[in-house]
Design a protein around this ligand. Structure first.
Ligand SMILES: [Zn+2]
Length: 116
């Protein structure tokens, strides 16, 4: 129930109830399975909305902008190189972090749903 164990659970991207069944569809769409394949829990009731996207905007904003400014100050590359480098880095971070953040939000939703 602490941040480290929650992060480890989120990295596994498993069902928040049994921690075994796959949370995301296997087609690579980052969509959440309707039912857990392991315990049969209804996963379609979890609605994270735009929460994961908002987290990504904040993380990328606080991470990428200072790095881009430092890179500009030290190297002063042409503008097109900035666009290429930071676009690739942003996309890489998004594709790696988005499922983890979605899983984390679902873990939190599941925890607070149980306490009600
Ligand atoms: Zn499950």
């Amino acid at each position: 129930m602490n941040l480290v164990s929650d992060f480890k659970m989120a990295c596994r991207q498993r069902c928040p109830l049994c921690n075994e069944g796959a949370l995301f569809k296997s087609d690579g769409s980052m969509g959440i399975n309707d039912v857990c394949g392991y315990c049969g829990a209804d996963l379609s009731s979890y609605d994270i909305g735009d929460g994961a996207v908002v987290f990504m905007i904040f993380i990328l904003g606080f991470l990428i902008i200072p790095l881009a400014l430092i890179f500009e100050y030290i190297v002063s590359p042409p503008l097109w190189l900035h666009a290429v480098i930071w676009s690739i880095i942003c996309l890489g971070i998004i594709f790696k972090a988005m499922p983890v953040i979605k899983t984390y939000i679902i873990i939190l939703e599941n925890r607070h749903r149980k306490s009600n």
